[in-house]
Design a protein around this ligand. Structure first.
Ligand code: IPD
Ligand code: CA
Ligand code: CA
Length: 273
């Protein structure tokens, strides 16, 4: 079926509304768990730093139920409950809690991340940071906002006069994460790591960080942030989402217009490790 662009826009507007509602509801539920986190049973996944609890699963359940009730034909990929293909051409990509390690250790740097893909591109990105009570929201062609205030990146901000977020996990050799920090410092930049890649990407969109690089992250970690950065006037690497590749990880890099090329140039390549 060929749908007209007006119908497309209406479809997207409705989903944008839903994404923002879900981010608020999911954020409130996650915050409630955070406030009584000492009651949670912590489980580990790949390694002792890759943690999860019932909070992650139940927050994702809430989001999945809301999507299925409103758009039963949409696909959903969530970190905790996997991938269900849809038939509408729209796929939601959800990280119920990004920054679970900070969350379970009592740090405030975690968020709910909700993206929507259409034609292989993130067309909606909403990130809720409950501890800061901040909501970052973007829809393709409509710009990005932080709590309703429009975001626009400054081309004068560079790796040298701003802070760059760097992330890492056990999917890549530790030396590769070290090399990203070394080359950034050698270029006269400086790094920050808060433990939530999705939230650091939202901070790029807000101009608080000039860029973000992590050698390997999944679609649920980065697609909402990518939509936010692009709509704020920045750039990002393409994330492969065709077929089964949507479940796999890829390098993640996004930055404002004055930092993107430089960050891309200094980011280490996996074939060298
Ligand atoms: C992780 C965080 C972290 C990043 C890891 C991600 P999770 O997600 O975004 O900052 O370095 O690569 O896996 O496990 O907290 O959802
Ligand atoms: Ca994540
Ligand atoms: Ca997560």
């Amino acid at each position: 079926m060929i749908i007209s662009s007006t119908e497309d826009t209406i479809d997207l507007d409705k989903r944008f509304q839903l994404a923002q509602e879900m981010a608020e509801e999911a954020g409130a539920l996650a915050l409630d768990y955070f406030q009584r986190r000492h009651e949670l049973m912590i489980e580990t996944k790949r390694d002792l730093h890759d943690v999860v609890s019932i909070a992650d699963r139940n927050v994702e359940d809430l989001i999945r139920k809301r999507i299925s009730a409103s758009f039963p034909d949409d696909g959903i990929l969530g970190e905790e409950h996997g991938y269900e293909e849809g038939t509408s051409g729209y796929t939601w990509v959800v990280d119920p809690i990004d920054g679970t390690a900070p969350f379970l250790n009592g740090l405030s740097s975690w968020c709910v991340s909700i993206a929507l893909l259409h034609d292989g591109e993130p067309v909606i990105g909403v990130i809720k940071a409950p501890c800061d009570n901040e909501t970052f929201a973007a829809m393709k062609g409509k710009g990005a906002t932080l709590d309703g205030q429009s975001l626009e990146l400054d081309p004068e901000r560079t790796l040298q006069n701003g802070l760059t977020g760097i992330g890492g996990n056990s999917h890549v050799p530790p030396a590769m994460i070290g090399a990203s920090i070394t080359s950034l410092l050698e270029a006269g930049g400086n790094f920050v790591r808060t433990g939530s890649g999705a939230l650091m990407l939202a901070h790029v969109a807000a101009g608080r960080l000039v860029g973000y690089y992590e050698p390997y992250m999944h679609a649920w970690d980065c697609l909402a942030g990518y939509c936010l950065v692009k709509e704020a006037g920045g750039e990002h690497l393409r994330f492969p989402v065709e077929g089964e590749t949507i479940r796999k990880g890829s390098p993640v890099l996004a930055a404002g217009p004055g930092a993107f090329r430089d960050l891309e140039e200094l980011a280490p390549r996996i074939e060298n490790f």
